[in-house]
Design a protein around this ligand. Structure first.
Ligand SMILES: [Zn+2]
Length: 105
């Protein structure tokens, strides 16, 4: 078990629900481009993301290693990984969501 899972279990046992929630929601707050940089151990990314005081680089680095980016990027709307889509202002939007949004206008 990695540091991330260990910490999450620990917080869970202690009833630190907010921390568990933050950890589980990490996928949705970290942009795909940032995830790749974390995986590459590029600590400059810390200037762009806000970590709670109790979290550290080790923790998110461990988390990032378990994230699979081989199946494409995570869409900011449906949170699914897709190979096809567009990146707009560093946010990835998959083809399906892009078409849905386009049709709304
Ligand atoms: Zn999507």
């Amino acid at each position: 078990m990695g540091i991330f899972e260990e910490k999450k279990n620990e917080f869970y046992r202690k009833g630190a629900v907010d921390r568990v929630k933050w950890m589980e929601g990490l996928k949705k707050t970290i942009l795909p481009s940032q995830l790749k940089r974390i995986q590459q151990n590029d600590k400059m990314v810390l200037q762009e993301i806000v970590l709670p005081k109790w979290a550290n680089w080790e923790l998110i680095y461990d988390w990032a290693q378990d994230q699979d980016t081989s199946k494409g990027l995570r869409c900011v709307f449906c949170y699914e990984q897709h190979e096809n889509g567009a990146t707009y202002m560093e946010k990835f939007i998959c083809e399906n969501c892009y078409l849905k949004i386009k049709n709304l206008h």
